[in-house]
Write a protein that binds this ligand. Structure first.
Ligand SMILES: [Ca+2]
Length: 482
């Protein structure tokens, strides 16, 4: 491994070491002194894991009806936990969705409302920092996407993560066989060779020895093993099953790089489709590996796992798919909701979401509450034993996990997709979608597929949603040019 020294940040571990050690000791004694079998493991702050898939469509998971791609581990997590039917991302593309997850701020008020159009500042408070304050050790493994290389304050270790291994930049994360990855602030050389590598190491490797999802998984597992005796926050932001945009032209796999096609090798499908399915199943196997590890360490019972995707199934078309169809349609990744990644119709926003918290969530339960990444942020802060901040967009739905207690979600949700000049507001049954200033209105109760625009029929409702959009427009970090 060749280390390229870069700017190195002071670790935050030292500053918080006292808190972490003290909590760890408390947790241990609470467990040791407990004699009641009903004593909930949750009295101890749970370990918190977010496994965030990249561009995985809700319809591509067995738990939501997928039959051709096998996802036994996600399906099992759903069977043993709480499956969400109306979990929406906070944005229709990667960067801003992750920004909302980290800050709890919605798509208009977070720093990024589009990929790479801004970066996190020191003043921004991330979920990792909130977890740190609650006594957790924090690790990010995989794709960050919230920084600029020129701005060290935006790098993961400056935003609350004790440990970081993976990709800071999302273009870099397109490459599954990169020549280098980041370990904290340091570049670590792999054995891969990427001739004519583009910006941030993007491209296609000719020597393909180190599959980044494997390196990232192994580091995530090491983090879990190392921190088995104290509360940890693991943010595992895998780049599966994203496409290698820069490394896909003319390639049989269509850019869905995977070491083995596994059970799909014998399918009568084009290579790209097999590769995509194999990427999804590999992601699923990684979840299975994590659960086995938690079991073997004896900490599964005190670990809350969230499984999510960052946005809807992709709009990309691959010429080598045997036709010219959209990738997100290969396996009906949007479950027939309208649109794809990038769109503010539900095809771009609805994501597969599961929360599994032993002793809290009910096995096999399903929820239709309408939540997004900002609400998850608030919920996880509360699960960690802290009061959810009021100065964020999201509201905790922790009581929904157990089915007891009351909670209040936001009265409406708002999204922006600057790249498509779209915005959207969802309130009750009604969803407004704007293309610049042209509004469409849908009744999601009657028309979940957003096929029938009723804006002319419902002027009063249209005016109300438009006033909400204008209100939110005025609060935007990056105002819409008019
Ligand atoms: Ca994505």
């Amino acid at each position: 491994m060749r280390l390229i020294p870069r700017f190195r940040f002071r670790s935050r571990t030292a500053r918080h070491a006292g808190t972490v050690a003290a909590l760890g000791a408390l947790a241990l004694s609470a467990t040791a002194c407990s004699t009641s079998p009903r004593s909930p493991a949750a009295a101890v702050p749970p370990n918190i894991v977010i496994l965030l898939a990249d561009d995985l469509g809700i319809g591509e998971v067995g738990a939501w009806g997928q039959q051709e791609i096998t996802t036994p581990h996600i399906d099992r997590l759903a069977r043993e936990g709480l499956r969400f039917m109306e979990f929406r991302s906070s944005a229709a593309v990667c960067g801003p969705a992750r920004c909302s997850l980290m800050t709890g701020l919605h798509n208009g008020t977070c720093r990024l409302d589009d990929n790479d159009n801004d970066f996190l500042r020191t003043a921004d408070v991330t979920l990792a920092e909130r977890m740190h304050d609650a006594g957790y050790v924090t690790g990010l493994f995989g794709k960050w996407g919230l920084s600029w290389d020129s701005e060290p304050e935006s790098w993961p270790n400056a935003q609350g993560f004790d440990e970081f291994f993976g990709y800071r930049d999302q273009v870099h994360a397109h490459n599954f066989y990169p020549e280098w990855l980041l370990d904290g602030a340091d570049s670590v050389r792999t054995r891969n060779v990427v001739p004519k590598a583009g910006r941030m190491g993007a491209g296609r490797a000719t020597t393909r020895l180190d599959y980044a999802p494997t390196l990232i998984r192994d580091r995530a597992f090491r983090f879990v093993r190392t921190n088995r005796d104290r509360p940890f926050f693991l943010y595992w932001a895998t780049n599966l099953p994203h496409i290698n945009n820069e490394g896909s032209p003319g390639q049989a796999d269509g850019g869905y790089e995977i070491p083995s096609l596994g059970a799909y090798a014998s399918k009568p499908w084009p290579e790209a489709k097999k590769s995509y399915a194999a990427q999804v199943s590999r992601l699923d196997a990684d979840l299975g590996g994590l659960r086995s590890l938690l079991d073997s360490l004896g900490i599964a019972e005190r670990t809350l796992i969230v499984f999510l995707s960052d946005n809807g199934a992709t709009f990309l078309r691959r010429a080598n798919d045997g036709g010219t169809d959209t990738v997100g349609r290969w396996f009906n990744g949007t479950m027939n909701y309208r649109g794809f990644k990038g769109d503010l119709y539900d095809g771009g926003l609805r994501v597969p979401g599961v929360i599994h918290w032993p002793g809290r969530t009910t096995a096999g339960s399903t929820s239709t509450i309408r939540v997004d990444f900002t609400d998850l942020h608030a919920t996880l802060v509360e699960a960690a034993g802290r009061t959810p901040p009021r100065d964020i967009s999201g509201r905790s739905f922790l009581p929904a996990l157990t089915g007891t207690g009351t909670f209040a979600l936001r009265p409406y949700q708002v999204w922006y997709s600057p790249d498509r000049a779209q915005s959207a507001v969802l309130e009750g049954a009604w969803k407004g979608v704007w293309h610049r200033d042209t509004m469409e209105l849908f009744n999601l109760q009657a028309d979940p597929g957003e096929r029938t625009d009723v804006v002319a029929r419902e002027p009063r409702i249209a005016a109300r949603l438009d006033s909400l959009r204008r209100l939110e427009d005025r609060r935007r970090v990056h105002p819409t040019p008019r």
